[in-house]
Design a protein around this ligand. Structure first.
Ligand SMILES: NC(=O)c1ccc[n+]([C@@H]2O[C@H](COP(=O)([O-])OP(=O)(O)OC[C@H]3O[C@@H](n4cnc5c(N)ncnc54)[C@H](O)[C@@H]3O)[C@@H](O)[C@H]2O)c1
Length: 347
């Protein structure tokens, strides 16, 4: 039985806790949270943008800590699951690795590339797994696209455009603080930066144009240049309009097919503006069948299943690999630099 301690019991801590209950061979043995009410199981004030509402939980059998260092030293734990604000990821991951625990850490890996590098080195030294919670490739539309691409049936990748726009997340404190959450580049666009890295490899340079809010990127489009002959762009941002709570999608070009999809929340209702569809080179449009159930909760369950398997077997999982997550931070940093300087930035 893999014994996990969750560090930070906010929105994501709750989603991970609930998801672990569905994964075999793992037990949430400890929780650390600075809000003591939550350590009594009162999760009624936890809010996010998907999943079930917070409720009163029975935490019997779960050790509770309000001090992170104390939980990291708990010898009964095999893995620390970090669902703390991003500014704490690097420090807590490195400490957990040094005390011999495996680490699963939510995205973004850290706020700075140097911190990511520190985390990768700490995992190497400790000979422990360090996995980063990039869940996007497990969302049904993205998993479908990867499966079609990996099948090789429609030839090689030629490029794609990716989109992710939200309105200001009112429930997230410190969203616009560079040294706490990192704004839309690191909180939001990191998902697509990582997906682009996963599909196409590391870009050679990025050119980003758009607008800033203070010192942070607010709304932008990036062109990614690769050594290979590819055309890849992404549009992303957080706009101060509550009527535009969420919108994401892609158009991916293969030699002999185009994969398209767009989903948005409009007037309080989440709907496909374009269902996931494969357009083939003979002019046919083939809608893809998506699995039943809550797509977000299913993705987190699949993610934690993969994490537990990786720790048990000692074999990594490409989409959760710390090297890829570090590259995604490098890409985002370059995009911010390009946007603020007006110049193309090499990676
Ligand atoms: N994969 C996804 O789709 C997704 C979605 C949302 C959030 N996230 C990520 O999850 C992480 C957490 O985000 P969230 O929305 O759950 O934030 P949150 O603010 O709801 O939760 C963070 C929790 O950590 C606690 N905390 C902070 N400092 C602490 C300390 N020193 N000791 C103990 N507890 C402490 C806070 O009290 C809070 O309860 C972020 O990295 C975020 O980017 C990922």
């Amino acid at each position: 039985m893999l014994r996990v301690g969750i560090a930070g019991l906010g929105f994501m801590g709750m989603i991970h806790y609930l998801s672990y209950q569905k994964v075999r061979g793992v037990k949430v043995a400890a929780i650390c949270e600075q809000d003591r009410k939550r350590l009594t199981g009162d999760w009624r004030d936890i809010k996010g943008n998907f999943g079930p509402a917070g409720r009163q939980m029975d935490l019997s059998g779960v050790a509770t800590y309000d001090d992170l260092d104390a939980m990291l030293e708990d010898p009964k734990l095999d893995m620390i699951d970090i669902t703390l604000p991003p500014s704490l990821h690097a420090e807590i991951a490195c400490k957990a690795l040094r005390s011999g625990k495996h680490v699963f850490c939510e995205k973004p890996m850290a706020l700075k590339l140097a911190d990511c590098q520190r985390m990768v080195s700490a995992a190497k030294r400790a000979k422990r797994q360090l996995l980063i919670g990039h869940v996007l490739p497990l969302l049904p539309e993205y998993a479908w696209a990867r499966k079609v691409i990996q099948s090789g049936r429609y030839g090689k990748l030629r490029g794609g455009s990716f989109r992710r726009v939200i309105s200001d997340p009112a429930w997230l404190r410190n969203y616009w603080k560079a040294d706490a959450v990192g704004g839309p580049m690191l909180d939001l666009h990191i998902h697509d930066a990582h997906f682009i890295r996963l599909l196409f490899g590391m870009p050679q340079s990025v050119s980003t144009t758009g607008r800033m809010r203070g010192k942070l990127a607010e709304s932008w489009t990036t062109q990614f240049r690769f050594k290979k002959n590819l055309a890849v762009t992404a549009t992303s941002g957080t706009i101060d309009q509550q009527g535009r709570p969420f919108d994401h999608g892609f158009e991916i070009h293969l030699d002999r097919a185009t994969l398209i999809f767009q989903f948005a929340v409009i007037g309080g209702e989440g709907k496909y503006l374009c269902e996931p569809t494969l357009l083939d080179d003979r002019g046919k449009a083939r809608p893809a069948t998506m699995p039943a159930g809550d797509p977000m909760m299913n993705a987190f369950e699949a993610e934690l299943q993969a994490v537990c398997k990786a720790v048990r077997t000692g074999k990594g999982v490409e989409m959760l690999a710390c090297n890829l997550a570090r590259d995604a931070i490098a890409i985002c940093q370059a995009e911010t630099k390009s946007l603020s300087t007006g110049k193309s930035v090499r990676l």
